[in-house]
Ligand binder design. Structure first.
Ligand SMILES: [Zn+2]
Length: 404
């Protein structure tokens, strides 16, 4: 049954297509003239494609500010350092500054968080209880409840991986090592003003990046489709994303230059971001941040490992939805009964996980047994609340022990 009320929000403009990077200046020009680039990898910085991108912007008469390199998931310190320096330099939307995030989720989330903090830095200075202003005041769960007052600097995002879907979301995930946490800065104004998805950029991704980021996208699609908090539009998008992405991921992994597979995965990843921005998720996304906090497991790798386990654990309470997916993903298979359809779906997720050479046990990705209790205790929040099956902390600990 359709919900009688729902909201749906997304980036202001979306341009998708192979080779469409050349249209970037036209997307930026209405927003400003000085471009601050946040880039997610040294490898990208040194490619001819990146030099070509800089030339493209310069030739279009746009001014380039310094390029910020973000190699890991952004921390509170990363955001504070850049927000303060850009605030002191007088960066503002009124003066024509625009932020361009190019990379995976880390670079895009950093651009998002800094775009919000520069105009609100004074607010943090005035209202914070500490002498030093920080993005932490605004973070869910660990902040002091401060809300953004001024609009963020306009942003344009260009993903170079097909995974996190960060280009489509209104939250930036910010980490801290001491004390350990991973929390979101969330505001509907954090949606990009424009997103340019050119799947050609993903051809350079290593097989491991293709596998982990692709599995993150599939996990987001599965979990939002099955979530207790599933909303109608994301559910429709997740259905299409899975129908296209499920079979394309292994092809992209084995044949990196396969254009059709790269296009399907880039599209599926973008849809997965729209889903997570507008719907609930589940168990894998409930546990993944805690694995990052306590054992430094990158988000994509954590989700990749957890997906098949999450499906198995929830199978008995979301049977009808799994049947719909089984019918869509394997249209030519005749299922003699409902059990065999659900089993086939979970079996194929396991086959895919194995063929992508993704570790299956927590002990294989650097997690220690003595960390499991803390991981279970921190596997709470929005995502876990959307999981089809209600799980207590002791249930999560048991699951972690089973998959250790
Ligand atoms: Zn994710």
């Amino acid at each position: 049954m359709i919900q009688s009320q729902y909201d749906f929000s997304m980036p202001g403009r979306v341009v998708f297509g192979w080779g469409r990077t050349k249209e970037l200046p036209e997307l930026i020009r209405p927003l400003g003239h000085r471009v601050h680039i946040f880039c997610g990898s040294r490898t990208i910085l040194n490619t001819p494609e990146f030099s070509g991108l800089l030339d493209l912007l310069k030739d279009a008469g746009l001014e380039l500010a310094e390029v910020e390199l973000q190699t890991g998931e952004p921390t509170v310190q990363d955001v504070d350092r850049l927000a303060e320096s850009k605030f002191r330099a007088g960066v503002s939307a009124e003066k024509g500054d625009v932020f361009l995030g190019i990379g995976g989720g880390s670079a895009i989330d950093l651009a998002k968080a800094v775009s919000a903090m520069v105009p609100n830095w004074e607010l943090a200075e005035k209202n914070g209880p500490q002498s030093a202003p920080t993005v932490r005041y605004f973070l869910e769960g660990v902040g002091i409840g401060l809300k953004l007052e001024k609009d963020p600097i306009p942003t344009v995002f260009m993903p170079t991986t097909a995974g996190s879907g960060a280009e489509a979301t209104k939250n930036a995930v910010i980490a801290s090592h001491d004390p350990p946490f991973k929390k979101s800065l969330r505001d509907v104004r954090l949606f990009a003003r424009a997103v340019l998805i050119d799947p050609q950029w993903t051809v350079r991704n290593s097989p491991e990046v293709t596998a982990c980021s692709g599995m993150d996208a599939l996990t987001q699609l599965f979990e939002s489709f099955l979530s207790r908090k599933a909303a109608p539009i994301p559910q429709a998008l997740a259905f299409q994303g899975l129908s296209l992405g499920f079979h394309a991921l292994e092809t992209a992994f084995r044949d990196p230059e396969n254009r059709e597979a790269r296009e399907k995965m880039a599209h599926a990843a973008f849809l997965s971001g729209l889903c997570l921005a507008n719907s609930g998720l589940g168990l894998a996304h409930g546990i993944a941040p805690a694995l990052g906090m306590h054992a430094q497991v990158p988000h994509g790798k954590a989700c990749a490992l957890l997906l098949s386990h999450a499906l198995r654990i929830n199978a008995d309470v979301c049977r009808e939805r799994l049947l719909m997916l089984a019918a869509a993903l394997f249209p030519n298979v005749f299922f003699s009964n409902e059990d065999s359809a659900v089993e086939k779906l979970i079996y194929e997720v396991n086959v895919l996980t194995n063929s992508l050479q993704i570790p299956r046990r927590l002990s294989e990705i650097g997690v220690r047994r003595d960390q499991l209790e803390a991981i279970a205790a921190d596997s709470k929040g929005n995502s876990m609340n959307g999981n089809p099956k209600m799980l207590k902390e002791s249930d999560v600990l048991q699951i972690l022990e089973e998959i250790f």
